[in-house]
Design a protein around this ligand. Structure first.
Ligand code: DCP
Length: 218
């Protein structure tokens, strides 16, 4: 296929840290109709040689603001990236950055109210001025204890000190945003997937979402 598709069917993959978003995207590598945009974690780990993710975990009061501000930029880049395929599958979004991570950092005081206000104004400005198309959200729902174990096992160096309480709070924010709909706007219908299952069983679960994502009989 050639050229760029200005209005692909756009799917966001959301869920707690360690919920298997990358594995979910990898499952869809087999389909040629899809462009996969994995989260730019590597860019966050190496901005001109600086590991912003590590700085943020080591000294959140100082680094949460620049980290989230860079996340906003890299996410906007992904939302705007043209694709040559009819379907675009994105890992995370501007929405989870704002409604889960920034929200949490504001509520627990990591972000000064003035820092929060700047990030929130950026979010509102982008939302108002730039079309961000979303057609479906895949929510990989997990239990905090399960993902906490996975995070410890995968041993990403920056995440070694992530406490269970942080994972629980992020879980609540995802639930409030995507299931309970209590505080934030949900930009598209939500398809919920049980992502507690381990790797040997999860493929069957992923398969259930194929027809909704590809919008054809598979
Ligand atoms: N992160 C953050 N703020 C954001 C987005 C991510 O602080 N707005 C952090 C949390 C994690 C790391 O970045 O330490 C990557 O988190 P994700 O949950 O986005 O990605 P994972 O790699 O954990 O996804 P999965 O394991 O589901 O594939």
């Amino acid at each position: 296929m050639s050229g760029s598709n200005s209005k692909p069917f756009t799917v966001l993959v959301e869920g707690n840290i360690g919920s298997g978003k990358t594995t979910f995207l990898e499952h869809f590598q087999q389909f040629e109709d899809i462009t996969l945009l994995t989260e730019p974690v590597e860019e966050w780990r190496n901005l001109r040689g600086w590991n912003l993710l590590d700085l943020m975990y080591k000294d959140p009061v100082k680094w949460a603001m620049p980290f989230q501000s860079y996340v906003t930029m890299t996410m906007l880049d992904m939302h705007r990236r043209p694709t040559a395929t009819p379907v675009k599958l994105m890992e995370r979004s501007l929405f989870s950055a704002r409604y889960c991570f920034v929200e949490h950092m504001m509520r627990n005081g990591t972000l000064h109210p003035a820092q929060f206000a700047v990030l929130d104004e950026w979010f509102r400005f982008i939302h108002r001025e730039i079309p961000i198309d979303v057609d479906l959200i895949v929510y990989l729902k997990t239990t905090p204890l399960v993902v906490h174990e996975r995070i410890k096992k995968r041993a990403r160096s920056e995440e070694q000190c992530v406490p269970l309480s942080y994972i629980e709070e992020l879980h609540k924010l995802h639930e409030d945003w995507l299931v309970n709909r209590t505080f934030a706007e949900c930009p598209a219908p939500v398809l919920m997937i049980d992502a507690d299952l381990d790797l040997s069983q999860i493929t069957e679960e992923y398969k259930k979402s194929e027809h909704q994502i590809l919008r054809r009989a598979v």
